[in-house]
Design a binder for this molecule. Structure first.
Ligand code: HEC
Ligand code: HEC
Ligand SMILES: [Ca+2]
Ligand SMILES: [Ca+2]
Ligand SMILES: [Ca+2]
Length: 458
């Protein structure tokens, strides 16, 4: 944040506005307005995802701004006095270059586009260490499209598009574009059975609050065998916790492949930027010649830096919904319930204890169950990740989604960013969400617009 003083003043004003104690019931905010509980911020501009939790104490605010610096830091080639160690293989050299203004990344617009927040996860069939994806010999678990001088990038991302038409009951139509990703200019041959999963960078605000939802509350929503027969069978992803050396509930990433904010940070530093840490002490050279040369002694980033990355996004505030009391939005909210969107995008949660006191015991409205769902063949990537099979994805939170294109005008939706609009995102829903999608396609145009208006208000 360049203009720290300005931000603090703004926060003071907003905190004053948001925390007024009112004694009349009629003055109570409409349900869900405080999307992040006391961690809600009233901002709807391009910077809406960039504010610290308003209920953070002074020491926390200071640490948050140090974390902001780390998140925006462009790491350089070792040896360097500071912030060295990027690569040898990497995708981008700062967190922020993918998570634009803490929102979504931009998908590649042409082959080899260097300015994208999109990456390809790779594996081969079977299970790797601790039940995770099985690394591709010579490539590991991710395609790094950049490299430091003297090392070859692993390859380029290339895309081919096919379009299909969806019809609504009222006779109108929408076109959906499906992009198939492949790898060109690979530095060495890829095995023929390589599994490729395209992932766009999601927003990173409000994640501390998601981390603070008690595990028991999430597991209580799971219904793997669909015993209540509603066609929806949320399933937890049990992933490997590197610090505990034990399985833990996955929460972060499009398939909930990471259990904690700290491990998510260390994994991003390692895979996306080529930064080693106490979590992942080895460069992921995957046998490339030259790859281990020119690196700095010891680890690229220390434990404190991993902690700062994590603290930063753990303590990012959630923007408040807008116009929730507008009648169209309110009706859209009713349709969201009617269409059973809320069976997966569970509106309300209460957080439990957390090391960061500001995150604890908050009533929040993230619209997710953090569980995996079979989303059908159209969204399938065919690449398993721990318990998540090739058709399963974690329900993404919908809070703040209406501001996605304010933060990044090129923002798109779904795991690989294939949906240019919220309507397209809904139309891709299938599998367990088939009934919801069908409900949506049978609505009139006016009703569909109301449902979208509700999403835009979040
Ligand atoms: C090359 C682009 C890129 C860079 C650089 C990058 N990320 Fe990400 N980030 C992604 C993608 C893509 C995902 C989704 C990964 C998945 O689903 O497996 C992601 C996921 C995340 C998530 C999980 C969000 C959620 O909703 O579950 C967090 C948190 C995160 N990144 C933080 C960071 C931090 C911290 C850094 C810097 C140390 C960083 N990222 C660097 C692309 C990037
Ligand atoms: C069976 C569970 C389920 C139901 C029901 C469901 N969703 Fe989803 N939703 C998901 C999952 C999982 C994804 C992520 C899919 C992907 O990225 O491939 C998703 C993605 C989305 C996205 C894009 C989010 C983003 O961050 O890009 C929107 C918007 C959305 N859903 C809205 C809705 C609406 C509106 C309904 C009701 C009409 C609905 N969903 C019903 C599970 C569900
Ligand atoms: Ca390195
Ligand atoms: Ca790799
Ligand atoms: Ca069920």
């Amino acid at each position: 944040m360049d203009n720290r003083l300005g931000t603090l003043i703004l926060l003071a004003v907003l905190a004053g506005a948001g925390c007024q104690k009112d004694d009349t019931a009629s003055a109570r905010p409409v349900e869900g307005l405080l999307a992040g509980g006391e961690g809600t911020i009233f901002s709807s501009g391009p910077d809406a995802y960039t504010f610290p939790l308003p209920n953070l104490d002074e020491a926390g605010v200071n640490e948050h701004f140090l974390g902001d610096g780390a998140f925006g830091q462009q790491f350089v080639t070792a040896p360097a006095q500071q912030f060295g160690g990027v690569g040898p293989l990497f995708n981008q050299n700062s967190c922020e270059s993918c998570h634009v203004r803490n929102g979504r990344g931009t998908i590649p617009r042409y082959e080899g586009d260097p300015n994208s927040g999109f990456l390809l996860r790779l594996s081969i069939p079977g299970q790797g260490p601790h039940g995770g994806p099985k690394p591709v010999p010579g490539f590991g678990g991710q395609l790094q499209t950049k490299a430091i001088f003297g090392t070859a990038p692993e390859g380029k991302i290339s895309a081919s598009e096919a379009s299909m038409i969806v019809s609504f009951l009222d006779g109108s139509e929408a076109a959906l574009n499906r992009v198939t990703y492949s790898i060109t200019d690979a530095y060495t041959a890829l095995p023929p059975d390589v599994l490729i999963s395209g992932r766009n960078a999601p927003g990173v605000y409000g994640l501390g609050l998601l981390e603070a939802i008690p595990k028991a509350s999430i597991l209580a929503l799971a219904d793997e065998a669909d015993t209540d027969g509603d066609g929806i069978s949320g399933k937890p992803n049990w992933v490997w916790d590197v610090l505990k050396q034990a399985p833990e509930l996955g929460r972060f990433g499009w398939k909930a492949g990471q259990p904690t904010a700290a491990q998510q940070s260390a994994d991003a530093a390692h895979n996306d930027m080529g930064l080693t840490s106490f979590y992942f002490p080895d460069e992921h050279c995957e046998g490339q010649s030259n790859c281990a040369e020119g690196l700095q002694m010891g680890l690229d980033v220390d434990e404190a830096t991993i902690g700062l990355f994590a603290f930063y996004f753990q303590t990012l505030a959630v923007p408040a919904p807008r116009k929730l009391d507008d009648s169209r939005v309110a009706e859209g909210r009713g349709l969201f319930e009617e269409a059973k969107c809320s069976a997966c995008h569970v509106p309300r949660h209460t957080t439990g204890a957390h090391d960061i006191a500001a995150l604890a015991y908050q009533t929040i409205y993230p619209y997710t169950d953090l569980l995996l769902h079979d989303m059908g063949e159209g969204l399938a990537d065919g690449r398993p990740e721990f318990q998540a099979d090739g058709r399963e994805w974690r329900t993404p939170p919908l809070w703040g989604i209406g501001l996605a294109q304010a933060a990044n005008p090129k923002a798109t939706f779904l795991h690989d960013g294939r949906a240019k609009t919220l309507e397209e995102a809904i139309l891709w829903h299938d599998g367990e969400a088939e009934a919801s999608r069908t409900y949506f396609t049978r609505l009139s145009k006016v009703e569909r617009e109301k449902l979208i208006a509700f999403l835009q208000a979040l």
